[in-house]
Ligand binder design. Sequence first.
Ligand code: SAH
Length: 395
Amino acid sequence: MYSVRLKKGKEKAVKQMHPWVFSGAIEHVKGKPENGDIVMVTDNNNDFLAYGFYNNTSRVAVRLLEWNLETEINENWWRKKIRTAVKFRESLHTEDTNTYRLIFSEADYLPGLIVDRYADFLSVQILTSGIERIKHILLDELQDLLKPKGIFDRSDASARAHEGMEASSGGILLGAEPPEFVSVRENGIFYQVNIAEGQKSGFYCDQRDNRRFVAEHVRGKKVLDCFSYSGGFSLNALSKGAAQVISVDSSALALETLKRNMEINSFNDIPHQLIQSDVNKQLRAFRESNEKFDLIILDPPKYAPSRSALTKASRAYKDLNRTAMLLLNEGGLLATYSCSGAVDLSLFKQIIAWAALDAGKEVQFIQQFCQPADHPVRSSFPEGEYLKGLLCRII
Ligand code: SAH
């Protein structure tokens, strides 16, 4: 077997079961493993640490899979990991919800693999060469476990390029082509999902619980849903008795989908407005026209893709939240999120506090939000924690 010897002192993270070995930590590679080959990782004394798959293009040279010397990484090993991840989500599948993440990469010991379920269709992202190797096992196991109508490929080209992989051809991997819009249910609300072209893999299922939590506070209120996408928060607000909902997003496809979602849920009789605009621009326009709201939701895209973008991103979060605070009626609520892994909860709280000071306001933190059960965070891999949010009362 190929083996990778670490530099002296570089074994600590591996012993703590962190799943990444950076190329800079490697002293010597024995043999000539190809991208995706299984290697044994040893400390500087050649003592076994873990098994993982190798990639000489990526900054993460080995993605670790198994810390037990006796356990062989063979077809059964992969099948078991896939099965375990899928079985763990079984309790999420209810009469009210048939869309969720089935496999979440490192969190499920399958680095670089993401599988989302959209009713009878699955969407797959294969982002590492190690997972590309076992694609046939993956498809076979998913077919066996779930009997989907179709499995669709949404692998992100730029993530694959980091691994030295070709962009995938996309499209259908197994079974039938999904219709342009697949109908799914989440918390009893119907959504149309465009699996081929929608953002992320079609829908942001990571906000499932948070949509429900926020909707508990909407009765009789005027709600502004910023970065609405296909309307997850807006529709939950409408279903729980909001008096009025305004959704803002810059994407035409997002708003077209939102409109369909309004129709299929028969929410058309409640006052609802869709605005296609840049959120910052729209918030300034509301300021100028002195329009106020009782509850504002801010769910922006990732402002900090990495730690190096932290300063700029913190400022952007601060400015956005500050402007929103100024648009709230007395005692209004702000449900604010960040999906930047580099911004942890304590920094996010700090940013909100800065925004409040700048706005001449104070904040009561009412509730903290995180990612749901189908996006677990391994204690050894804090990098997997990315979504956080705060429900704030602005005074
Ligand atoms: N809240 C949504 C998910 C938001 S994802 C849900 O529950 O499903 C982020 C959204 O922000 C995307 O729909 C994207 O189109 C939109 N977006 C990104 N930059 C924007 C901007 N500057 N102004 C308005 N919308 C923007």
